[in-house]
Design a protein around this ligand. Sequence first.
Ligand code: DQA
Length: 139
Amino acid sequence: MKLLVINGPNLNMLGKREPGVYGSETLDSISAWLEGEAAALGAELTFFQSNVEGEIVAAIQDADNYDGVILNAGAYTHYSIAIRDAIAAVRTPVVEVHLSNVHAREDFRKTSVIAPVCAGTISGFGKLSYKLALVSFIG
Ligand code: DQA
C-alpha cells in the first residue's frame, strides 16, 4: 500500500512552533518515526510539505497513484475551499489529521471545510494522529 502524507502551512516549524500545543518534535523526526511504523505494517509513505495552498491542491490532484492521502492541512483546514474541492475531485481517499484537538481550541478551529469530503478525521493525539490515519487505511 502506498500512501501520500501531506503537511500544510507552518508544520515545517514543528519543534519550534508553540511546543505547548504541538510538542517539541520536528516534522522530520515525526516523519521518520511514521515511516518506520508504516514499514512495519507493510505500507510505503511519500512525504510532501508546503506552505502554499496551490501546491497542496496540486499534490492532491496528483494523488491518483496512491491508495490514500494522510492530510494535515494546518490552518487551511478551516477555510480552504480550493483544498476541499481538490479532495472532492479525486477518487483517492483522504484522511484529515491534526496533532492538536482542534475542538478544544479557538472557535475558528472547530470548523473544518474539508471534513465533509474526507474519509474521516483524527484530531488530538499528537504524532499518533498520523499513525491512526495510517491504520485506518490498512485495517
Ligand atoms: C493543526 C491545527 C490547525 O488549527 C493549525 O492551524 C495547524 C495545525 C494541528 O495539527 O493541530 O497549523 O492542523
